[in-house]
Design a protein around this ligand. Structure first.
Ligand code: HEM
Length: 497
């Protein structure tokens, strides 16, 4: 027994097939799974530091997994292997909810579908002109948020900002996707909440496929089937109502919503059948909802957390927004955002310390590749620890753990403000390379406008003047564990209309 125990507890060992990549020893059957705590991004960062292994191979269940934990390691791996790293593992819930991998997030890169769908998505759904076209949706939602905060804080009561931010994000994505018509948005948000929870859940089948029956016993598969059918019924109704609208009343002048765009592409022979089935339209709608709502809300939630804990930064950002917008205006509008350079640095710093998707979306090698002289076989799962990368002292200095937006101004000085294009691989909240987030324009527009309005309209503080905790809870997106409850003092009374 002692011998077995000694072997199990032995430190990192070089794996025979990959001599120079450390492979911390795991347990029979589960491999290194037991070393992932409630917050895998933190456990993996500790493991990488303990074994001095910014690139390390683990076995999670039966799945060989390469974990990337520093900017240099990310560069070494991705710079020459972007194609090889462009696969996604076929995770159990993702396969079902994407109609058999027929969406952008989970489709394989091989074949033509993913490439064509992503290209069309970038030009038609999420590109800068389309995002600009949704300005009204964002400004209306920001105004509604300010009104809701004013309402909730009327008698000096603390406000649950977390709840209001999720509602704001939902409101924007629902309006953008369905055009604000009542297609059962409220019912949909309950269904989509369950979808998010299922996609973020731990599925035994994803780590030890032959033990997948345990997910049946845990009731997960039943929940997945129910959720899939509810979501599907909802999408069918939305698509039908859009088709009816087109044939009955369309003047061709209304702003297209995302369902309109998808239906247009569906009917367009030039698309070569990329959007040829309803399942693909529904799969892509799930992309927009799942990737687009929680992430933006979490970004604003974490930024407000850090701002309240750093009153000097809060004051500086607030001063900027109030001077750029001026007293004559009742709210921040989109053209004002161009002048808010400091706010952009604040958001960047917040996403460095709190990337909403800290391990990105898992990748899988579609062919063997080489890093630091070692071969990574095809079919290896790859986790990029964006949180560990963002906190890496080698890249960010000894004060890497501190919230200091000014650290970005040197890097950004004198160049066009393109916050997420960075050759250093030191800041990767939107991912890396060909599978990086295509929603970055969409997300940035939402986050900047919502934050700017919160700062413009209210003075913020923590109840009793205490620091706000930064505890995280894991899921598809990492949120605060406890709701962000703050005091909001109305600073500005809007001019009567
Ligand atoms: C602050 C907000 C957001 C963050 C932090 C975020 C982050 C990410 C990350 C980390 C990935 C995986 C990248 C990789 O594998 O390298 C991703 C992929 C993706 N995101 Fe976002 N995202 C955000 C907002 C959005 C929005 C608003 C949309 C659309 C409305 C969107 C759509 C997508 C899609 C479709 C993919 C899959 C891309 C592919 O596999 O080719 N995201 N996002």
């Amino acid at each position: 027994t002692l011998l077995v125990l000694k072997q199990l507890l032995a430190p990192a060992k070089k794996h025979a097939a990959s001599p120079s990549l450390p492979w911390p020893r795991g347990l029979p059957l589960i491999g290194n799974l037991h070393q992932l705590g409630a917050l895998p991004q933190d456990s993996l960062a500790v493991l990488a530091t303990r074994h001095a292994a910014p690139l390390m191979l683990l076995r999670l269940g039966s799945v060989p997994t390469l974990v990337v934990s520093s900017p240099d390691a990310a560069r070494a791996l991705f710079q020459h292997n972007d194609r090889a790293l462009s696969g996604r593992p076929a995770l159990y819930a993702a396969v079902r909810l994407s109609y058999g991998l027929q969406n952008i997030s989970f489709a394989p890169t091989e074949g033509t579908f993913w490439r064509a769908a992503r290209r069309a998505c970038l030009s038609e759904l999420l590109g800068a002109p389309r995002v600009r076209g949704f300005r009204n949706a964002r400004e209306d939602a920001a105004a509604a948020l300010v009104a809701a905060v004013a309402d909730a804080s009327g008698a000096g009561a603390p406000v649950d900002l977390s709840e209001l931010l999720i509602a704001t994000s939902n409101r924007i994505v629902t309006r953008v996707a369905f055009g604000g018509r009542d297609d059962g948005g409220l019912e949909a948000s309950a269904v989509l909440k369950e979808t998010q929870s299922l996609l973020g859940a731990f599925w035994v089948a994803d780590y030890v496929p032959w033990l997948g029956w345990i997910d049946v016993l845990r009731g997960l598969r039943g929940r997945l089937e129910r959720n899939f059918h509810q979501l599907d019924a909802f999408y069918e109704r939305v698509i039908d109502s859009h088709l009816n609208k087109r044939t009955s009343s369309s003047t061709g002048e209304e702003e297209e919503d995302l369902v309109d765009v998808l239906l247009r592409l569906h009917a367009d022979p030039a698309q070569g059948g990329t959007f040829g089935s309803r399942d693909r339209i529904k799969g892509i709608l799930t992309d927009m909802f799942i990737a687009g709502t929680d992430t933006s809300a979490a970004t604003v939630e974490w930024t407000m957390t850090e701002l309240v804990n750093h009153p000097d930064v809060l004051a500086k950002a607030q001063h900027e927004v109030r001077s750029v917008v001026g007293d004559g205006s009742d709210m921040v509008r989109e053209p004002d955002l161009r002048g808010l350079e400091y706010l952009k640095l604040v958001i960047k710093e917040s996403m460095r310390l709190h990337p909403p998707v800290p391990l990105l979306v898992p990748r899988e090698t579609i062919e063997p590749c080489t890093v630091q002289g070692c071969e990574v076989p095809a079919g290896t799962r790859v986790l990029v620890n964006a949180k560990a990368i963002g906190a890496h002292p080698g890249a960010w200095g000894p004060d890497a753990a501190l919230f200091v937006p000014e650290r970005h101004s040197e890097v950004d000085a004198g160049k066009d403000f393109r916050p997420w294009v960075d050759d250093s691989f030191a800041l990767v909240p939107f991912g890396i390379g060909r599978r990086s987030c295509p929603g970055v324009h969409f997300a940035t527009a939402v986050v900047e406008l919502v934050l700017a309005n919160l700062l413009f309209s209210f003075d913020w503080s923590a109840p009793l003047g205490e620091a706000v905790d930064t505890d995280e809870v894991n899921g598809l997106t990492v949120h605060r564990k406890n709701p962000l409850v703050l005091l909001a003092k109305r600073r500005y009374v809007p001019a009567s209309k």
